[in-house]
Design a protein around this ligand. Sequence first.
Ligand code: SF4
Length: 65
Amino acid sequence: MTNHPEGLCDRCVHHRVIRSGRGSEFLMCGRAKDDRGYMKYPPLPVFRCAGFEESDGGAPPEPSS
Ligand code: SF4
């Protein structure tokens, strides 16, 4: 486990990384797509989240633009 500024999201299966045309990266919460109780771009770091699900430790989600 790493100490990452994203907090819980860094280890959550629902996190997605969005890369802008300028090369900036943003974290997007995949749960927000189907559940209005979640923010699409949550303020970071997230320390408590009812929707958190630990990822299996595999490769992080690919950035998409
Ligand atoms: S469900 Fe919670 S912990 Fe997971 S990505 Fe969304 S805001 Fe982050």
